[in-house]
Structure formats: structure tokens, C-alpha cells
Design a protein around this ligand. Structure first.
Ligand code: SF4
Length: 289
């Protein structure tokens, strides 16, 4: 894949489960090594960094995981969970400053009064409160780049918008840049400036959010969008894809989408289409465009 994320924007990486979105995020943050390729953060190839240099740059890049039930240590209090990045990186001097910074972080995620949360354990919090604690911990080091990996998909519908709005407010307040990973196009539309659509480990379409959603070009994007429920039932005609998503370790020849593509041509079995510019800042990987 080849992907650029501009400072201050929200890029949504969209695709079905198992298409490689989370692997992409882990690669970007240096949590797993790439088998090939380069990853630049502010012009520095982070794949060549080691030890202290890597740790320094990693502080500027944080991740908010999908499942706050799993990402928070059940035996730690909220204070210990949120303070951990500061203590591990030896950023604060003394207990009083640590407490002040943790309280500040909890208030920023609207857990108020913050003092009443400090000594609670994760099981004493609601799902939404747990995700707010995870966000406080993710942002306490003042990162510049944040990967939000399906940050609301484990939460009740009624609290999702509150968490999405919180992420957008924090972005404005701290000039953050987000990679927002989701399988939900409605969420992508709500939060992002641009969308990259992924299918089996490849970006197949990229462009401005309203461009991609209102006028999809790639047959896979068209199918995804046609299956988003629309209030009043006035959406585009549903495109039902045939078959299952192929295994990523036994990729189809040519265009990897060809066994399921309603517009496939003979060339699609043989040649893989490159991701190319089609004008208006959009990119598409398809022989038809
Ligand atoms: Fe479909 Fe062919 Fe385009 Fe692939 S290259 S998306 S198979 S039309």
C-alpha cells in the first residue's frame, strides 16, 4: 500500500474485517516490522530507527484500540492506567505533578469530577467511560498523530456519537492528525476529510470524503456504499457481491477483486491495476478507469 496522511487531517481507512486495516495501523506505529517498504513520519523513515530515537518518535504517535475492555488492565486503577505513559517515559517530576496531569487528562475527556474516577477500576466504569479513559491515556503524552482503530465499534449506539465528537474536539484543541480505521462508512463520513478504501491489503480508491461517498468510482466502493442503510430507503440499488472474501495468503491473480466484481473484464484476471490519479485528487485501482 501507498498512503499519505496530511498534517491536521482525518483520513478514514475503510474496508471489511480482515482486509488489513489494523495491520496497516500497527506497521505505521512501528508495532510490527514491515517485510518491505518505508514509513515516513515528518520526513524521517521510522523503519530505520532504533532504541532511544524510535522511542522518542513513538511518543508522538499513539493508538486508541477498539476494545476498551481488553486494552485497560483490569487490576489497575484509572489513575495508574492514565499515568503509565508519563511514568514509563519519566516525563513528570514528583507525585503532585503526576496527579495534576492525570486529573487534567481525565477532565479533557469529560470524566468529571476527575478525582472521583482516580481510584476506580475498569469494571466499575461503563463502556463509554472506559473508552474515555483509554483516550485520556492515549493523549496524555501530547501525540501529534493518533490511530483510532474502530474506537466506537464495541460501544452502544447511543454513546458512539459522544465519543466521536470528543475525538473531533480533541483534534481541534491539540491540532492532531488521525488515521481513523472503520468498517462503517457512516462513521467515516462523520469524522473524516478523506477516505481510503482497502480491499485485501490494497488501497483501491482514495479521495475526499464526499467525493468517495457521493460518487464512488471503484466497483468495490460502489458495492460498499450501496449496502449502507439509508433512512427512508432512497439509497442506490444494492449491489450484492458474490462469494466470500478470498484468503489474503492465496490472492487471486490479476485484480484481487475480480472473482467478486460485477464489472470484471477478461484483462482483470491477468493484470493487476495500479492505483492511479483520475483527477480531482482522487486515485483508483481499476482497469475501467
Ligand atoms: Fe473489477 Fe476489473 Fe476493476 Fe478489478 S480491475 S475492480 S475486476 S473492473
Amino acid at each position: 500500500i501507498s498512503l499519505e496522511i496530511m498534517e491536521g487531517e482525518v483520513l478514514a481507512l475503510v474496508g471489511e474485517s480482515g482486509c488489513g486495516k489494523t495491520t496497516t495501523a500497527r506497521l505505521l506505529l512501528g508495532l510490527i516490522p514491515p517485510t518491505s517498504g518505508k514509513i515516513y513520519f515528518r520526513g524521517v523513515d521510522i523503519t530505520t530507527l532504533k532504541g532511544g530515537e524510535l522511542r522518542k518518535i513513538r511518543r508522538k504517535m499513539q493508538i486508541i484500540f477498539q476494545d476498551p475492555y481488553e486494552s485497560l488492565n483490569p487490576r489497575w486503577t484509572v489513575f495508574n492506567i492514565v499515568a503509565e505513559p508519563l511514568t514509563v517515559n519519566r516525563i513528570v517530576k514528583g507525585r503532585a505533578e503526576l496527579r495534576r496531569r492525570v486529573i487534567e487528562a481525565l477532565e479533557e475527556v469529560e470524566l468529571k469530577p476527575a478525582e472521583s474516577f482516580l481510584h476506580r477500576f475498569p469494571h466499575e466504569l461503563s463502556g463509554g467511560q472506559r473508552q474515555r479513559v483509554a483516550i485520556a491515556r492515549g493523549l496524555i503524552l501530547r501525540p501529534e498523530f493518533v490511530v483510532a482503530d474502530e474506537p466506537v465499534s464495541m460501544l452502544d449506539m447511543s454513546i458512539r456519537v459522544g465519543i466521536l465528537n470528543l475525538l473531533l474536539d480533541l483534534k481541534e484543541a491539540h491540532n492532531l492528525t488521525y488515521l481513523f480505521i472503520t468498517h462503517d462508512l457512516a462513521q467515516a463520513r462523520y469524522v473524516s476529510d478523506r477516505i481510503a478504501v482497502m480491499y485485501l491489503g490494497k488501497i483501491v480508491e482514495e479521495g475526499g470524503t464526499s467525493q468517495v461517498i457521493d460518487d464512488p468510482i471503484h466497483p468495490y466502493t460502489k458495492a460498499l456504499i450501496s449496502n449502507v442503510p439509508v433512512v427512508g430507503g432512497q439509497g442506490p440499488k444494492r449491489i450484492l457481491l458474490k462469494g466470500e472474501t478470498p484468503s489474503p495468503i492465496r490472492l487471486p491473480t490479476g485484480c484481487r477483486f475480480h472473482p467478486r466484481c460485477p464489472e470484471a473484464q477478461p484483462i482483470c484476471r491477468k493484470e493487476e491495476p495500479p492505483l492511479r490519479e483520475v483527477g480531482g485528487g482522487r486515485k483508483v485501482a481499476c482497469h475501467l478507469y
